[in-house]
Ligand binder design. Structure first.
Ligand code: LIP
Length: 261
């Protein structure tokens, strides 16, 4: 059994140090080494170096734990598993935009017990712990109470897909857009979740996400009073079909996303 309070403190310091690494790379972004993982899917030397730093520190502190990192893949260990996205929003990061996040979650036997999302360029750290509140820079946060979809701002994204698959989210986008106040496309699902958790926006939906994109963010939304499901209202389709909301508009949004074309 881990000491959760100690582990929370460990994660707090670790993610802040990792944030500084990304900020240093951000200063020299014109010469950043970039590789194409797949069509429209990039990895930079900053993603690799930041994840290496995070994993080395976790395994030094918890040598038996399992790891699932975006760049490093899976490292087998015990029932505690750290899920890491060193830079969620690599495209924004490469272009000097501030909407990128470091996302780290800790699961015990498949249940998330800790989560942290840092937006280094904004100096915003979102954290949540099992049975505790979600916080932004130490202060509790809550989802919005807005229940009128017409007055809601939602975020979405167009996660990287092979060229032949086109943009599977476009039909959903076309269906949702006329029913709401506005849409934001910030480029980091982890950040979108945190904006739902802090009540800045009412919801986020996206297709084809990976667990490391949303593991920490989804937990933070739930601890802030929000709801996370797939399009059917269950969880078996996560994270490929992802909806998180303030709860008040969840069913209305789900109904629109499930409307026949
Ligand atoms: C990103 C997602 C984002 C999506 C992007 C991309 P990455 O993750 O979080 O929501 O729309 O296309 O997949 O690849 O930058 O870690």
């Amino acid at each position: 059994m881990i000491d959760l309070k100690h582990t929370q403190g460990f994660l707090h310091h670790l993610i802040l140090e990792a944030g500084d690494i990304t900020l240093n790379f951000r200063k020299k972004r014109d010469t950043l080494q970039v590789n194409n993982k797949a069509f429209r899917d990039y990895v930079t030397e900053a993603d690799v170096a930041t994840e290496k730093f995070i994993i080395e520190h976790i395994l030094r502190e918890f040598p038996d734990h399992s790891i699932y990192g975006e760049e490093a893949g899976k490292i087998a260990g015990n029932e505690y598993r750290w899920i890491i996205d060193p830079i969620d929003g690599t495209t924004s990061f490469m272009r000097g935009l501030p909407f990128y996040s470091i996302s780290i979650a800790l699961e015990c036997s498949g249940t998330t017990i800790l989560g942290a999302v840092l937006q280094p360029a904004c100096n915003d750290l979102y954290e949540a712990v099992e049975n505790g509140p979600a916080t932004l820079n130490g202060s509790p946060i809550h989802v919005s109470q807005q229940d009128n979809l017409a007055e809601c701002v939602l975020a979405t994204g167009f996660a990287c897909q092979p060229l032949e698959k086109g943009s599977p989210n476009l039909p959903f986008f076309n269906r949702v857009m006329p029913e709401i106040q506005d849409v934001r496309r910030l480029g980091s699902a982890a950040a979108d979740c945190c904006y739902v958790a802090s009540g800045c926006i009412e919801g986020h939906w996206e297709l084809n996400l990976k667990l490391y994109d949303i593991a920490a963010g989804a937990f933070i939304v739930e601890r802030a009073g929000g709801v996370v499901t797939d399009f059917s209202g269950g969880t078996s389709g996560l994270p490929g079909q992802f909806i998180c909301t303030n709860g008040k508009i969840h069913e209305s949004l789900r109904e629109i996303l499930n409307r026949p074309e």
